[in-house]
Design a protein around this ligand. Structure first.
Ligand code: SAM
Length: 336
């Protein structure tokens, strides 16, 4: 069988992420009733090794906690918020939020990916009563542009190539009748879960810049948050193995080049003038943030022989998050 090349090879990574999630759910690490309808022939898929299941568990729980923190903050402030997930692939986070206690806090949940991935997801949603029921009344849900967009009151799927200039790739965020799909005056969280590695730093910087400017302009002005999950420090021997494995599948990682240390990851945000930026490895998240009762529970799910190998792998993945507050009135006066 010929391996996909170019963008098709990048798109194929969505399948890996979805299969890893499905496996972690089936083995009892995670609870997610929404992944099965998004995976073609889910019943035929094989379980992934324990190391992958544990990594998927740690990343998923950590991101969920950060996203929940953002929703909780908005709830406390009595405002709704927006989430934009870039390179969202077959992610199920919208449905998990929509069936959880913070669902009323969500004004919009927007996902962007390549048109092929969006069309596949939109079709899977249409086929699944469970997934489509959470989008709204049937008359409120519409497919557009030959099935490459889906609009519903909260959940929206958009097609775009995030490597293109944001004036092009993010233009659909601004167009939805008379008001923009993405409000510039609501707190907004960006999610990049395992996607920035496939874009050059210049391209991802341009996307961050676009959002930073959009939420700092008069007429808008709202806090902007971002969570990133990514590989880093790939220059060492173990990182090279990871890079070569992906190269063998025709996937290159231009986005990881400037990030050789954990300390370098927050510069993603700090260079755009963001106030808060932190990064933690999955290794440290597992050791320091996962509750001991949970660690015990997951240790009983499967046999894992090599804790050193697990830690070596988890040390090459990190979650980075940042916050940009809207400019103060006097700063704004000086700028405009
Ligand atoms: N975020 C999902 C998750 O963690 O389950 C999917 C991660 S998957 C490893 C990477 C996703 O990013 C794929 O769906 C891929 O199509 C998307 N992606 C990569 N480069 C992109 C680009 N330039 N524009 C839009 N989407 C892109």
């Amino acid at each position: 069988q010929r391996l996909p090349e170019g963008d098709a090879a990048i798109r194929a990574t969505d399948n890996d992420a979805a299969l890893a999630r499905l496996s972690a759910v089936r083995k009892g690490y995670l609870t997610d009733p929404f992944i099965t309808p998004l995976v073609p022939r889910a019943h035929l898929q094989q379980a992934r090794p324990p190391l992958i299941n544990i990594g998927t568990y740690v990343r998923s729980e950590a991101l969920d906690e950060l996203v929940d923190g953002w929703l909780a903050l908005s709830q406390q402030e009595g405002t709704k918020c927006q989430i934009v997930s870039m390179g969202a692939g077959s992610d199920t986070r919208y449905w998990r939020i929509a069936t959880g206690p913070r669902r009323d806090t969500l004004a919009r949940y927007i996902e962007i990916d390549f048109p092929e991935i969006i069309t596949k997801k939109a079709m899977a949603i249409r086929k699944s009563r469970e997934l489509s029921a959470m989008l709204g009344k049937p008359e409120e849900v519409s497919l557009g542009n030959g099935g490459t967009t889906l609009h519903s009151p909260v959940y929206n799927l958009l097609s775009g190539d995030l490597r293109k200039p944001p004036t092009e790739s993010l233009a659909p965020l601004l167009t939805a009748g008379n008001t923009p799909l993405l409000s510039p005056s609501l707190p907004t969280l960006m999610i990049f879960e395992c996607v920035l590695a496939y874009m050059t730093p210049a391209a991802s910087g341009a996307v961050l810049n676009w959002f930073t400017d959009y939420f700092a302009a008069p007429g808008g002005m709202a806090p902007l948050g971002c969570v990133v999950y990514e590989m880093f420090a790939l220059h060492g021997p173990f990182g090279k193995v990871m890079v070569n494995n992906l190269k063998a599948r025709n996937v290159t990682l231009p986005g990881t080049e400037p990030y050789s240390t954990l300390e370098s990851l927050p510069t993603r945000f700090l260079q755009h003038g963001w106030e808060v930026a932190k990064a933690v490895t999955l290794k440290d998240l597992r050791r320091e943030y996962v509750a001991p009762t949970e660690l015990e529970r997951i240790s009983e799910l499967e046999m894992l022989d090599e804790i050193e190998e697990l830690e070596l792998v988890l040390a090459h993945y990190a979650i980075t998050w940042g916050i940009k507050l809207p400019p103060k009135a006097d700063e704004l006066k000086a700028r405009w």
